[in-house]
Write a protein that binds this ligand. Sequence first.
Ligand SMILES: [Zn+2]
Length: 136
Amino acid sequence: MVTIDDLRSVARPVDGPPPDGSVTMVLHDDSEADAVLLYLAADRSRQAVRVLLRSEDIGYVRRDSVYEFFPELSKRLGDTARVHPPLDAPPSAYRWMELRCPEPECAEGPVLTMHLNEDDPPRCPRHTGQPLRLEP
Ligand SMILES: [Zn+2]
């Protein structure tokens, strides 16, 4: 199991606006940190994910950073959906909710979180103050 500090140690600061459509993951504690690696491992097209600890911006965790945690997987990672990183829980153990900005044509990518406070949802970084909505 990795921790948020592990992610922090490999994360790259966000300098400038994130690429259009890039995914943001909002974590709440260490128990969710593995999910970032699983997310990257599940699909080769996922190059990086922006990680927030609650409202704190940790930065980008890149796909090649995942190799630091699991060097034995090396380039095989993402070649098959059946790669099993040595983690405590399967990907299905994590239930992500997908939030989106309600502004039409907003280029901000989906925000994934496991906890949603309906009274205080995350806000769109590109439309300040616009609360993100749960994708149906
Ligand atoms: Zn927006």
